[in-house]
Design a protein around this ligand. Structure first.
Ligand SMILES: Nc1ncnc2c1ncn2[C@@H]1O[C@H](COP(=O)(O)OP(=O)(O)OP(=O)(O)O)[C@@H](O)[C@H]1O
Length: 589
């Protein structure tokens, strides 16, 4: 190590015994520990970064740096005889993170993130996150793989598609361009961003003169949020062996930073670069990878569960014979198999409809009989959503004929629920995803309704209501916040203008902005009225306890939500508040 100049404050505490390690754990705040081997010394290249951070952050009370010799500290025995540098992050005595390799940008980002969090926690602005403590195990054992290594973590990018782009219905187009570029959309949702989230996500722009207007714009309507990963992507920041070996202790930090940064930029930048090349970067914003995990937690709390899933929507049909006798058994099996029933419709098929769902039997001698049977009583059409839904449903229902099912797939629903009257599978499923799309459109033609969340509903309850709406299979096609003028209120509440209580309704609407939405789903007008529940929340709590008014309504005036009374009013109000909507591909956005 270079000799210290007289008077120079020591940057890193040296830990070369277990006692000193235990003492270090008593540090308040964050301690960044460079674990080194006696034969090669600590990572000189990173010392410049630490020096810079120490000066810039000026947080000596809560930011400490240390070097620890793996051979002298029992706790660090799993790091002995390794040539790769390792950086540990100890927060108030607990090792909560680790970076392998001299990855300057990652270490830099981690320190800034943890120090900012410590400051916010001290100021009472945030609750301390639940970090998992890293327990070191001998690297020769299999358990070693369980140690959390930030450098080898999977990385995902958050992309926010701006409200004006969602409003002009370009989301589908943008998603198609993104997937054509080899990127995978791991999760997506549409929501109105809160001011806090916008300020945090776009914090780099905070000093720009028009930032306040930008915040107002970004919170004005629905944004579309995507989590993106790149197929076959090498984990970002993961260094190859040659890169690691090239990092000699004698190297200068600026060169190293440049090398690692350019590596980071190359991988991290590719999505941004691709969006720019495709000329769509003005419609959407890519998060910075240091914060992306935090925003994934905010937007998709169950991301760990859904990532990697191939959620597919298909049309399924329970034919008349089975519907009549075993409907409940089959619905139970469907739910047990992990499918979500998005829509359900009991209908007596027309001849034309029966031909669609019996196409695979058109050359069979019993085809005429089959069509007759199919049109003789009610069937149940379902829209199912499931992981790998298309194949899963095909496997579950089995072959198209009972004979084949009995020999080849006796466990299948076809064999289990065979009816002697017809030799065919009593269950139908779409043959491909393209066919599913067409069939769903045919059997469940989308309809739109106007919905409103009234001004008295608190922000957190608005989010809960939106969640309920989406879980009920509605697509939130449009959304904005608006203070309803007398003129607009008169149009929305045309039928109650002569009632005594109308003046109370006007006063209630004038209390603040309402959230105005276009909700799209099959039979949307009546489905939304069903989800809202009876006008009076008291009655709702008795008769429809799961309804929105039962949960969020206070009294008959402050009853949380409104819905158009019929399709004509819905269409007229949507036109008034949002202009003409393209009826094509309503579910595509
Ligand atoms: N008796 C009343 N006193 C005060 N306000 C009322 C009363 N009846 C209805 N309202 C208010 O007027 C709104 C419109 O009344 P309407 O009879 O059309 O009920 P609705 O169709 O269930 O509700 P909405 O039209 O809001 O979906 C109600 O949502 C409620 O806020």
């Amino acid at each position: 190590m270079a000799s210290k100049k007289r008077g120079e404050v020591q940057l890193q505490t040296v830990i070369n015994s277990q006692n000193l390690w235990d003492e270090m754990l008593l540090n308040k705040g964050l301690t960044v520990i460079d674990v080194y081997q006696a034969w090669c010394g600590p990572c000189k290249a990173m010392q410049n970064l630490f020096r810079k951070l120490k000066t810039e952050l000026n947080e000596d009370e809560i930011l400490h740096f240390a070097v620890a010799e793996a051979d002298s500290v029992v706790t660090l025995q799993s790091f002995r005889d390794k040539c790769e540098p390792v950086f540990l992050f100890s927060l108030n005595g607990k090792i909560i993170s680790m970076v392998k390799g001299a990855n300057a940008p990652l270490v830099n980002g981690k320190i800034i993130q943890l120090i900012n969090e410590e400051k916010k926690i001290a100021a009472g602005e945030m609750v301390r996150p639940q970090y998992t403590e890293i327990i070191f195990v001998d690297s020769d054992t299999e358990d070693a793989a369980e140690v959390q290594d930030e450098s080898a973590e999977e990385h995902f990018n958050i992309v926010i598609i701006r409200p004006d782009t969602v409003h002009s219905r370009k989301v589908h187009e943008i998603k198609t361009i993104i997937t054509k570029g080899g990127f995978v959309i791991e999760a997506e949702d549409k929501r109105r961003l809160t001011e806090e989230v916008v300020r945090d996500f776009y914090s780099k722009m905070a000093d720009e003169p028009e930032f306040e207007d930008f915040v107002a714009f970004m919170t004005s309507g629905l944004s579309s949020i995507l989590v993106i990963s790149q197929e076959n992507q090498q984990a970002p920041f993961e260094e190859t062996e040659s890169e690691t070996q090239a990092e000699e202790p004698s190297q200068d930090y600026p060169e190293l930073e440049e090398k690692v940064t350019s590596e980071k930029m190359k991988k991290d930048y590719s999505l941004q670069e691709y969006l720019e090349r495709q000329q769509i970067s003005q419609f959407c914003d890519v998060g910075n990878s240091i914060n992306d995990n935090k925003f994934i937690d905010i937007f998709f709390p169950d991301f760990e569960k859904i990532k990697g899933m191939k959620l597919e929507k298909i049309l399924a049909l329970i034919r008349p014979g089975l519907f009549k006798e075993n409907k409940e058994d089959v619905l139970g099996i469907i739910e047990n198999e992990g499918f979500k029933i998005l829509m359900k419709r009991q209908l007596v098929l027309s001849k034309e409809e029966a031909q669609i769902v019996c196409k695979e039997y058109e050359n069979e001698h019993y085809f005429e009989n089959l069509i007759e049977n199919m049109t003789s009583g009610p069937s149940l059409a379902l829209v199912l959503l499931g992981d790998n839904g298309l194949e899963h449903w095909k496997d579950l229902i089995g072959p198209k004929s009972v004979e084949e099912a009995r020999t080849r797939a006796p466990e299948s629903l076809c064999a289990q629920f065979a009816k002697e009257s017809l030799p065919i599978n009593q269950l139908y499923g779409s043959d491909s995803l393209e066919a599913a799309k067409k069939e769903i459109q045919y059997f469940f033609p989308p309809q739109s309704t106007l919905a409103l969340i009234k001004p008295h509903v608190h922000d957190e309850n608005k989010d809960d209501i939106l969640k309920i709406i989406k879980e009920d299979g509605f697509e939130v096609t449009q959304m904005k916040e608006l203070l309803l003028t007398r003129e607009l209120a008169d149009c929305i509440y045309m039928t109650i203008q002569t009632k005594d209580f109308y003046k109370d309704v006007l006063e209630m609407l004038a209390e603040g902005p309402s959230v105005i939405m276009v909700l799209t789903k099959w039979n949307a007008v009546s489905e939304w009225r069903k989800l809202m529940g009876p006008t009076d929340p008291e009655e709702a709590r008795l008769l429809s306890p799961d309804s929105i008014r039962a949960h969020f309504g206070i009294n008959v005036l402050y009853n949380a939500v409104h819905g158009a009374s019929n399709i004509y009013v819905a269409e007229e109000n949507i036109r008034l508040l949002f202009g003409e909507l393209d009826p094509e591909n309503l579910e595509e956005n």
